[in-house]
Structures are given as C-alpha cells and as structure tokens.
Design a protein around this ligand. Structure first.
Ligand code: IMP
Ligand code: MG
Length: 176
C-alpha cells in the first residue's frame, strides 16, 4: 500500500508488467522506422514512460516536449492549460504524441486541434494506458499499452496532486 496525501493506493501493474507493455509498444512502433518521426512527449506524466519507450525503440528519433494540464486531484477538469509549448517546426513531419494515460480524451482533442493547425504530415497517438470506457472522442489511438477500467492510478510518472510520480510500479486508488 502507498499513502499519498489523503488517499491510499494498492498495487496494480508490476514493474515486470510495465516493462512487457513498453517493449510491445516499442516493437509495434517499428512500422514508423522510415518516417523519421518526431516524438512529442506530454509532460509531466509521460516522462518516465517516454524515457523507457524511446530506449526500447530499435531506431533513433527526435524528441520534443509539451506540458499540458487538465487534471484536478482525481478528476478531469475538462479545461486544458498549456504550460509549455513545442519549439520545433512540425510542418510536414510525422508526429508521435506520447501520453501517459487517456481518460476523457479532452487533452488529446485539444492537442489534435493544436497540432493539426501546424500542418504536420501525419499524427500518431500513443498512450501507455487508456480508460476505454471513459474515452468519448473519435480520434483513434494508434498505440495503446493497456486498456484499464475507470480507476484512478498513480506511479511510473502518474501523480495524485503531484505525488507518486517516482513510484516504479503503477498503483490504483483503494476504495475503502
Ligand atoms: P483527459 O484529458 O481526461 O483524457 O485526461 C488526461 C490527463 O489527465 C492525463 O494525461 C493525466 O495527466 C491525467 N489523468 C487522467 N487519468 C489519470 C489517472 O488515473 N491518474 C493520474 N492522472 C490521470
Ligand atoms: Mg498528463
């Protein structure tokens, strides 16, 4: 069990399970090898996942970072705040957006509109986790690590009010 602020979390995905998921995603991303993709890492949540993912690829990629914020405690606020934008030229490039988790898809929709305006060649979306029953948007997620039920999870980059990111496993909120 892990205590973060006022909430208790229980083990959900082990380091081994996470490693297998990441390896599998990197393998599937092999189809992008000849596209010279630019990986857009969405901070802060994706930073640990993304670092393992790009190391597991068997080709070199360019990286850039964007910081977005939509979550308020354990709920999606629906309002996206852009804290840090991308500095790279993305016109005519193949982009791979790397997300930690997709919940309502509000963040993804915001990103999609924002990135399309810059006329990239193609945008692929990837996420370690997808809350499939909550996701309401039509934008396809090209690479999903694992679909999970509607539970609040922390660890491996994911936070609850900024804590829990450095946990090496993924934990879920314990319902008492
Ligand atoms: P969405 O905009 O509702 O799809 O939420 C996506 C963002 O909210 C993610 O990038 C996370 O930062 C955060 N988020 C969503 N679900 C969780 C969760 O279970 N734990 C921690 N953060 C989450
Ligand atoms: Mg996030």
């Amino acid at each position: 069990m892990v205590q973060l602020h006022d909430k208790t979390f229980e083990p959900y995905l082990s380091e081994f399970e996470i490693r297998e998921i990441v390896k599998d995603m990197a393998y599937k991303m092999g189809v992008l090898k000849n596209e010279k993709p630019l990986f857009i890492i969405i901070l802060k949540g994706s930073f640990i996942f993304a670092s393992d993912l790009v190391k597991a690829l068997d080709f070199d990629v360019e990286l850039c970072f964007m910081q977005l914020n939509s979550y308020d405690g354990t709920k999606s606020s629906g309002k996206i705040k852009e804290i840090m934008g991308i500095s790279k030229q993305i016109k005519d490039r193949t982009l791979v957006v790397v997300e930690d988790i997709i919940d309502t898809g509000n963040t993804l929709e915001y990103l999609n509109q924002h990135l399309l305006a810059e006329q990239p060649k193609k945008i692929y979306y990837s996420s370690l986790l997808l809350k499939a029953s909550v996701y309401k948007k039509t934008i396809p997620i090209d690479f999903v690590g694992k679909e999970i039920t509607n539970e609040f999870v922390v660890g491996y980059g994911l936070d609850y009010k900024e804590l829990g990111r450095t946990l090496t496993q993924i934990y879920k909120l314990k319902i008492s």
